[in-house]
Design a protein around this ligand. Structure first.
Ligand code: NCD
Length: 304
């Protein structure tokens, strides 16, 4: 039985296969509509979500399966003090696969040790978010034609932003990748990722505090929200929340074929005037999330 806790649980070949299946689902949805008949996914969300939870549920419904679960800790027995291990042990009697989001780093990993069914990490604290990364990779492949030879700007909250942590880990496995890290100094990428992922794999990176300077060299600009819920005090959040904002003026410095990605939700970091720019791909990215999750469910349930 396989789980998806960290993006490195999948080989590059497996990621490429998932992308191919997702593309086939986009082109031939009717082929897949009964693949998960009588299968159930449980979505256990201890933290807020719109896209991730609903795209997992839509994915299973479009495969002909059903969904059960909860969307906040308060409506589960966690509110009574039940441990993650006990919750998962029990839910794995009721569902064939579980997608779990939790505010504690490592919670889905703990769950995978007690579960009788595959566990998918749907975001664990400020740590990882592997299925967002699969969504990002599908979008990059569709929009840029491949995953090699790219200069990727990562902008915003690189400290707490779990989507960038998983994306870096995935992209370092492709050829000729360069990262440009853009953030205020307080929200820089954690040293453990710089040392253990970037430097260890000899992946070049540079650091900036403003978007304009970095913009001209980028093939991809990946914007992120300042992660309010991970701050220890409101004053720090207020001071840092608007430190990196992308608007149509700044888009003038970008390459004609650069793409803008954002895992969403956005707060202030991309002004709505960017939405009409043909390089803005964040809504397409959200749409792609459902297809790659369909491919992932098929893989983890070992459906042909
Ligand atoms: C992200 C997350 O939950 O980490 N959202 C998502 O899953 N698309 C990004 C965020 O909340 O900022």
């Amino acid at each position: 039985m396989r789980h998806l806790i960290d993006i490195s649980d999948l080989s590059v070949t497996e990621i490429d296969e998932l992308i191919d299946v997702a593309n086939d689902i986009i082109d031939n949805p009717e082929k897949y509509q009964e693949k998960c008949k009588h299968k159930k996914i449980a979505t256990l969300f201890f933290e807020p979500s719109t896209r991730t939870r609903l795209s997992f549920e839509a994915a299973m419904l479009e495969l002909g399966g059903s969904v059960l679960g909860f969307s906040e800790a308060a409506s589960s027995s966690a509110a009574k003090g039940e441990s993650i291990s006990d919750t998962v042990r029990v839910v794995s009697f009721y569902a064939d696969i579980i997608a779990m989001r939790h505010f504690k780093e490592g919670a889905p990993m703990v769950a995978s040790m007690k579960s009788d069914v595959p566990i998918i990490n749907a975001g664990d604290g400020g740590h990882n978010h592997p299925t967002q990364t699969l969504t990002d990779l599908l979008t990059i492949k569709r929009e840029k034609g491949g995953l090699d030879n790219l200069t990727i700007g990562l902008c915003g909250d690189l400290k707490f932003g779990r989507t960038v942590h998983s994306l870096i880990s995935a992209m370092t496995r492709y050829k000729n990748i360069k990262f440009v890290l853009i953030s205020p100094s307080e929200l820089r990428l954690p040293d453990y990722i710089k040392n253990d992922v970037l430097e260890k794999n000899n992946v070049p990176y540079s650091e900036y505090t403003s978007i304009e300077e970095a913009m001209p060299e980028l093939d991809i600009l990946y914007m992120t929200r300042v992660q309010k819920e991970r701050f220890f005090n409101e004053a720090d959040y207020e001071r840092l929340k608007d430190s990196c904002i992308l608007n149509s003026e700044k888009m003038k410095f970008a390459k004609e074929d650069m793409i803008v990605l954002h895992p969403l939700p956005r707060v202030n970091e991309i002004t709505t005037d960017v939405d009409d720019d043909k390089r803005a791909c964040y809504f397409k990215q959200a749409k792609n999330g459902k297809y790659i999750r369909m491919a992932l469910i098929l893989k983890l349930l070992e459906v042909e």
